[in-house]
Design a protein around this ligand. Structure first.
Ligand SMILES: C[S@@+](CC[C@H](N)C(=O)[O-])C[C@H]1O[C@@H](n2cnc3c(N)ncnc32)[C@H](O)[C@@H]1O
Length: 260
C-alpha cells in the first residue's frame, strides 16, 4: 500500500468510527481540531435538527463567503454527515443541485439518512475521493469543503480537481485548518494527528500558492474568527476561510477548444 493509500485508510477508519458513534446516538465532541463545529449561527442552522447540526466535523462555516444563488450547482468535498450540503441546498433552492462527495461509506450512509429526514430531493451523495472527484468537467458553479483538504495526502491533485470540475467563473469557498509558518512539532507527536486535522495542515502561504498554481485567481486565506494574521501565533493549527475564483476564460491549455 502506498503512503497516500495508508493515509486514506487511516482517515477512513477514523471517520467511519465517528459516523458509527453518531448513528448509535453517542453524539460528537471528542476533542480534536475538526470535531463539533460551533461556527454556525442559529440563523444559519434555522430548522436543522440538533442531531444533524451537532454531527458536524467542520472547523468553520464555508458558506460564509460562498454567496450561493438560487439555481446554482454546488459541490461539497468530504461532505461527512451532510450539514453544509443541506445549508447549501436551502440557499440554491429546488432549481439548484448539491452534490456531496465522501470516501467513507458510514458517512455517506449517515448523510443519506439525514437528507431523507430533511426531505431534500436536490441533494445527492457520491462515493469517491477528493483527489479524483466523481463529477464531470466544468459542471458546478461553487465548490465548498469543510475541514477536509488538510486530510488529503495530495493537495496539488485536489486543487487541480477542483479547478477541473468548476465551470469558468466558478468559485471555491473552503473552511480548513492551516498554520502560520510550519506546524509546531508538539502537534505532530499526538496520536491520530493526521486524521484529527492537524498534521496535514498547510501553511497559509502554501495554501494560497497551491490554489494559484492550479489556476485560481483572487485567492484569499483569512482566519475564520475574523482576527488578523498578525495576532495569530506561529505553528499552531487555526481555522481559516479560503476563497478563490476560476477565471471566466481559462488560459490552461487542457481547457482550450478541442482539448480532451
Ligand atoms: C473532518 S470531517 C468533515 C466532514 C464535513 N465536511 C463536516 O464539516 O462535518 C472529514 C470528512 O472528509 C472525508 N474525507 C477525508 N479525506 C477524504 C478524501 N481524500 N476523499 C474524500 N473524502 C475524504 C472523511 O470521510 C470525513 O467524512
Amino acid at each position: 500500500m502506498s503512503s497516500d493509500e495508508k493515509i486514506h485508510e487511516t482517515v477512513r477508519a477514523y471517520y467511519g468510527q465517528k459516523a458509527r458513534e453518531l448513528t448509535a446516538g453517542e453524539g460528537c465532541c471528542a476533542p480534536s481540531t475538526c470535531d463539533c463545529s460551533t461556527s454556525y449561527s442559529g440563523e444559519a442552522l434555522l430548522d436543522i435538527p440538533e442531531e444533524i447540526s451537532l454531527g458536524s466535523f467542520g472547523c468553520a462555516n464555508p458558506l460564509t463567503h460562498a454567496s450561493l444563488r438560487e439555481g446554482e450547482r454546488v459541490l461539497d468535498l468530504g461532505s461527512g454527515g451532510g450539514l453544509d450540503c443541506f445549508l447549501a441546498a436551502r440557499q440554491v433552492g429546488p432549481t439548484g443541485q448539491v452534490i456531496g462527495v465522501d470516501m467513507t461509506d458510514e458517512m455517506l450512509d449517515l448523510a443519506t439518512r439525514n437528507s431523507r429526514r430533511l426531505g431534500f430531493e436536490h441533494v445527492e451523495f457520491r462515493h469517491g475521493t477528493i483527489e479524483s472527484i466523481p463529477v464531470d468537467d466544468q459542471s458546478v458553479d461553487a465548490v465548498l469543503s469543510n475541514c477536509v483538504i488538510n486530510l488529503s495526502p495530495d493537495k496539488p491533485e485536489v486543487f487541480a480537481e477542483i479547478f477541473r470540475v468548476l465551470a469558468p467563473g466558478g468559485r471555491v469557498s473552503l473552511a480548513d485548518i492551516v498554520t502560520l509558518g510550519p506546524l509546531s512539532s508538539e502537534y505532530l507527536d499526538q496520536g491520530d494527528s493526521w486524521a484529527a486535522c492537524v498534521a496535514g495542515a498547510l501553511t497559509i502561504d502554501d495554501y494560497a500558492e497551491g490554489l494559484t498554481r492550479a489556476g485560481f485567481t483572487d485567492v484569499s486565506v483569512l482566519p475564520a474568527d475574523g482576527s488578523d494574521w498578525r495576532n495569530v501565533a506561529h505553528g499552531h493549527p487555526i481555522s481559516a476561510l479560503i476563497t478563490g475564483r476560476k477565471p471566466a476564460r481559462s488560459s490552461f491549455p487542457s481547457e482550450g477548444p478541442g482539448a480532451g
